[in-house]
Design a binder for this molecule. Structure first.
Ligand SMILES: [Mn+2]
Length: 224
């Protein structure tokens, strides 16, 4: 089975539309959204698009929390009560074809695993997970690593990547693992983002669409 793993879309509907075109071309068997779906400049449009697809969705920290690890009140206002409740009711993990999908780690939706996280610590985090392939996001950085009997894959972030180049990051998982990056019209997305009404619209357009935080910088912020 080939599963498209779309994590951390963060309300960037323009990036998501571009990725879905690539997903369509790939002819995958299943589509998984790995959480932090709507918290960003186009929450309502993103959620409508996600819900129109035949996809498995799990919940990230920003799909239910408030405050530092949650979504801005503006996002909840855009989503409305029904949209917000739908996100909050999502499961925190899914198992498909023997693959374990979670947002950050199997035991937490906010615990970061970065390339700087030691193997021993990652093995400790994964202890008790029977599936050998674990797919997780949250740090917005692609990773594909093996530790003990597990393979741990982060497909990166569709809508708010912390990578060395802008674009939309995602992956195909299954017997083969393929980490992907899709180009989209950054100028058009940035212009729309500036006009989105999000309280941090200008910052999102400049620092999360046209340019993106570097992996190195993000690792320093998340720690190991
Ligand atoms: Mn997250």
């Amino acid at each position: 089975m080939r599963v498209a793993a779309l994590y951390d879309v963060h309300g960037n509907v323009h990036a998501l539309e571009a990725v879905l075109c690539d997903v369509e071309r790939e002819g995958v068997d299943e589509l998984v959204f790995g959480g932090d779906i709507a918290a960003g400049p186009f929450p309502r449009q993103t959620l409508e698009l996600v819900r129109s697809l035949d996809a498995v969705c799990i919940r990230g920290n920003a799909d239910w929390r408030d405050g530092e690890w949650g979504a801005h009140q503006w996002v909840w206002d855009q989503l409305g009560e029904e949209g917000g409740e739908w996100l909050k009711a999502l499961p925190d993990h899914a198992v498909l074809d023997g693959i374990f999908f979670c947002h950050a780690t199997p035991r937490s939706d906010i615990e970061p695993v970065t390339p700087a996280t030691a193997d021993e610590r990652l093995a400790d985090i994964l202890a008790g997970v029977e599936q050998e392939l674990v797919v997780a996001g949250h740090t917005h950085m692609q990773q594909d690593r093996r530790v003990d009997r597990w393979r741990f894959v982060n497909p990166g972030s569709v809508g708010r990547p912390y990578e060395d180049a802008p674009g939309a990051y995602w992956g195909i998982v299954g017997e083969e693992i393929a980490l992907r990056r899709t180009d989209y019209d950054l100028e058009a997305a940035a212009e729309a983002t500036r006009a989105s009404g999000h309280p941090r619209a200008a910052e999102l357009a400049e620092e999360n669409v046209l340019r993106v935080p570097s992996r190195e910088g993000a690792i320093a912020v998340f720690g190991g």
